[in-house]
Structures are given as structure tokens and as C-alpha cells.
Design a binder for this molecule. Structure first.
Ligand code: SAM
Ligand code: F3S
Length: 455
């Protein structure tokens, strides 16, 4: 019997990655066909996020909308995975008793077995345990979709920032063995992948065991990944300021393959707030780190995460965040209004910043960052960028789209022969979300073929 699978993903890149692995596991085991409309599916899985309350509420309204789908035909299966599943466990079925499977981020590899069990006896199956690294060992080999791919290198977080649920929903930091990561990168490179993004909640806390029993950090891993034939660009996300080692800073001088972009969440520009968030560093330390990185890579794109309205945040403390933004010129950011999460230490603090003040702070912050985004993009006009071409443009068949090293999307006239290749592009126009350019030449086997000779 052919079964059709639909997966809905909320939340971060880690969740996007996990959803792709769930699909791989079920396609491998049962020959599922993926569908893009939930109504066409026999099995719906929703991969959830509980970082903010809004994300969690979204789940239950979504499940409510799928209730008629489930009732329409017996045998349809509805599963909930991810961080809300991990946090709520069996309680999900109290609010939505028609849910058949509940699995956490660390048990998604058991999904084929859980589904099999449910199909046999039609009883709900719940598994939200943390079987450590087992997940990485039990997943099928990766399937590349295009020239750029994600590779998960570590899971979980042991930082316990006072506002954050991740350590409770995903467990403590666990790194994947060094050789297993490299093997996955080699398999992807053999399928035409040219750029990898190393993924982890706290990716620069990576401490992978090597064959001889010694530990490798993220910098060493990047050196080895860069040496894999075919891999010419490396990104990683998300990093934490306290784990930004000297070796990782040095890698920006030593490794041209490391992309010209760092996403380094800071959350606030006020020491008192950082301390109460338990971030483990001061504003000065953050500034010094960015200064060292920019000394090595003057064109580095810098993005960050911010929380406004953390309990007790005063106007002056918010202003300190704005000052930091002014000085660092972040060219992109994810910014959020503080959302108290049950079970976290900050949830015990009075949530005392008025909602209007939180909204106004968010608005001010986002307006300033957007201005820096535009400035950064405009400064790229006239420069030459190396772009990895990912797809034919959605708007025109005569154009292609890809990413520059600094993570900016660039669209320019081109054709399908450029797909999956690095090409040189001169930037001609800057928009907010993307840039336009003209093709200058393609990079083949390490050397450049100019536009004039490319027919
Ligand atoms: N290192 C992680 C990352 O960015 O992947 C941080 C984890 S969290 C999933 C991503 C961002 O969500 C954080 O950097 C923070 O800005 C935001 N966040 C986490 N908990 C939050 C909360 N309780 N309220 C508002 N924003 C929150
Ligand atoms: Fe959350 Fe802080 Fe870890 S934001 S994911 S506890 S570094």
C-alpha cells in the first residue's frame, strides 16, 4: 500500500533538519510518498517548537483544524514531535485525544517502529525519552537536495539561560563522533553538495571524540570538513559567545572556506540583564570578540538574536541594547518579546515590563536593524561576490538565485548549467531581502572561466 506523508514544521533550523530526517526514516522503512497538502495525507506529523508561548499555542489550534481530517477516515495517523511533545508528553493527548504518536526531538529515529506499533494495535504510542546519541546512529544516510546541506553535529544545550526551555526539551549537549560527521559530509559531497551548514543548538560547544580518543572542537571539525573534496564553503549555526574559542576565531584567518557570516546571539546590551539571563559573559567581552573577528574578516556579516522586555529591563538597559546595535552594526537579527516559559528560572521573576513598552522596544530595535540591513546591502553594490547557485529564480526562468558567502541572496541572469556551481557575480542593485547582479564567470575545478568564454 502506498502511504502519503505530510510534515508540518514549526520553529528553528534544528527542527527543519529533524523533519527532513523523519521523512527520510519513513520513506526508507515504508516507502512513504511526501505530499504538500495535509488533506492528501494518510499520516500527518507536526514538528513543534516551544521556545515562545505563541509557538506552543499554534500547535493546539493546528491540531484542532486537523481533527475533522482525522475523523473523516479511520486509519489516518496524527503524530506530534519536537519540543512541545518533549515538554508535554502524554498531556498532549489530554488536550487533543485524537493524537496517535508523541515523540521528542531525541526519539524521532524510533518513529518507524512507533508507527509500526500503532498500526498493529491502534493504540497511542508515546516516547519522549533522551537516549543520548542513539539518534545519530540510527538514521538512514543523508539525501542531498541541491548543492547546500545541513549536517547536525551536536544536540541539546547545557547553558540553561534563565529564559530558555531548550535544555529541558532537547536535553544536555551531546556531540556526535567526529568520524561520523565527516562520513556524512563525504556522502553529501559525493551527491554534489558544495556547502554545508553544521548545525547544533550550541554548535560551537562541539566536542567530538576522534578515532584516537582525543576531543575535537568546532574549529578542528571545520578544518577537516574543508578538506573534504567538493566542499568549498562552511557555515555553522547557532553559536554562543562563551564557546567562541581562540581556535574558532583563528579559523577565520586560516580557512577561506569559512563563510563571511557569523550568527552570534547576544540577547541584550546591558550587563545586568545578561547576568540575570545567565548568559555567562559581559557586553565588553562580546564587543571584544566581534572586534577580533572583524580584524580578520572586515566584510563579515554579523547577525544576532535579541530579547526585549526581559523581567526588570529598564529604559536605560534597553537603550544599552540600542547602543550595542549602533556600534556593532548588526546587519540582520531575530528579535523577540520576552515570553515566560513554564519551568524556567526566569518564569519565577515578575514579568513587569508593560506590554506596550515591550512592543515599542521591539519596534525601535527592528527598525534600526532593518536600516543596517539596507546599508549593508547597498555597500555590496559594485563588489564582486562568489555565489553558490541554488535554483532557477522563482520569478523568472531566465534568472538564477544563490547565496553569497555573507549569506545574502543574489539573483542574476543565468541558466540551469550554473546550478550547484560557484560563480562570480558583480552586484548591481540592492533590495532589502535580496540583491541583483551580473554574471562575471564560473569557477571550474578551482579555476575561473570568464563570462565571455562561458557559452
Ligand atoms: N543557541 C540557540 C539558537 O539560536 O539556535 C538559542 C536557542 S533559541 C531556540 C533561539 C532564540 O530564541 C534565542 O536566542 C532567544 O533570542 C529566543 N528565545 C529563547 N527563549 C525565549 C523566550 N523565553 N522568550 C523570548 N525569546 C526567547
Ligand atoms: Fe537556550 Fe541559552 Fe541554550 S538561549 S539554547 S539555553 S544557549
Amino acid at each position: 500500500m502506498s502511504r502519503k506523508l505530510y510534515i508540518k514544521t514549526f520553529g528553528c533550523q534544528m527542527n527543519e533538519y529533524d523533519s527532513a530526517r523523519m521523512a527520510d526514516a519513513l520513506v526508507d522503512e515504508y516507502g512513504f510518498e511526501m505530499v504538500s497538502l495535509p488533506d492528501d495525507a494518510d499520516v500527518i506529523l507536526v514538528n513543534t517548537c516551544s521556545v515562545r508561548e505563541k509557538a506552543q499555542e499554534k500547535l493546539f489550534s493546528q491540531l484542532g483544524r486537523w481533527r475533522p481530517w482525522k475523523a473523516e477516515r479511520p486509519g489516518r495517523v496524527l503524530g506530534v514531535g519536537g519540543c512541545v511533545a518533549s515538554q508535554e508528553g502524554a498531556a498532549i493527548r489530554e488536550r487533543a485525544p485524537y493524537v496517535d504518536l508523541v515523540f521528542g526531538p531525541q526519539t524521532l529515529h524510533r518513529l518507524p517502529a512507533m508507527l509500526g506499533e500503532h498500526l498493529r494495535d491502534r493504540r497511542p504510542v508515546i516516547d519522549i525519552s533522551f537516549p543520548e546519541i542513539e539518534k545519530f546512529d540510527c538514521l538512514p544516510p543523508p539525501r542531498a537536495e541541491g548543492p547546500s546541506a545541513f549536517v547536525s553535529v551536536m544536540e541539546g544545550c547545557s547553558k540553561y539561560c534563565t529564559f530558555c526551555v531548550v535544555p529541558y526539551t532537547r536535553g544536555e549537549e551531546v556531540s556526535r563522533p567526529f568520524d561520523s560527521v565527516l562520513e556524512e559530509v563525504r556522502q553529501l559531497a559525493a551527491q554534489g553538495v558544495r556547502e554545508v551548514t553544521l548545525l547544533g543548538q550550541n554548535v560551537n560547544a562541539y566536542r567530538g571524540t576522534m578515532e584516537d580518543g582525543t576531543e575535537a572542537d568546532l574549529a578542528l571539525l571545520c578544518h577537516y570538513v574543508a578538506a573534504v573534496p567538493g566542499i568549498d564553503r562552511i557555515r555553522y549555526t547557532t553559536s554562543h559567545p562563551v564557546e567562541f574559542s581562540d581556535s574558532l576565531v583563528r579559523a577565520y584567518a586560516e580557512l577561506p572556506a569559512l563563510a563571511d557570516h557569523v550568527h552570534l546571539p547576544v540577547q541584550s546590551g546591558a550587563d545586568r540583564v545578561l547576568a540575570r539571563m545567565k548568559r555567562g559573559h559581559t557586553v565588553l567581552e562580546y564587543r571584544a570578540l566581534i572586534r577580533r573577528l572583524r580584524a580578520l574578516r572586515p566584510d563579515l556579516s554579523l547577525s544576532s538574536d535579541f530579547i526585549v522586555g526581559f523581567p526588570g529591563e529598564t529604559d536605560a538597559e534597553f537603550q544599552a541594547t540600542m547602543d550595542l546595535i549602533e556600534d556593532m552594526r548588526f546587519d540582520h537579527a531575530f528579535s523577540f518579546i520576552y515570553s515566560a516559559r513554564p519551568g524556567t528560572p526566569a518564569a519565577a521573576l515578575p514579568d513587569d515590563v508593560p506590554f506596550e513598552a515591550k512592543e515599542e522596544r521591539l519596534q525601535r530595535l527592528q527598525t534600526r536593524i532593518n536600516e543596517f540591513t539596507v546599508d549593508f546591502n547597498r555597500a555590496m553594490v559594485g563588489t564582486r561576490q562568489r555565489v553558490l547557485v541554488e535554483r532557477i529564480s522563482r520569478k523568472s526562468e531566465l534568472e538564477v538565485s544563490g547565496r553569497a558567502s555573507n549569506n545574502r541572496i543574489v539573483v542574476f541572469p543565468g541558466d540551469e548549467r550554473m546550478l550547484g556551481r560557484f560563480v562570480d557575480v558583480r552586484i548591481t542593485e540592492a533590495g532589502v531581502g535580496s540583491l541583483r547582479g551580473e554574471f562575471m564567470g564560473v569557477i571550474e575545478a578551482g579555476s575561473r572561466v570568464s563570462a565571455a568564454n562561458w557559452r
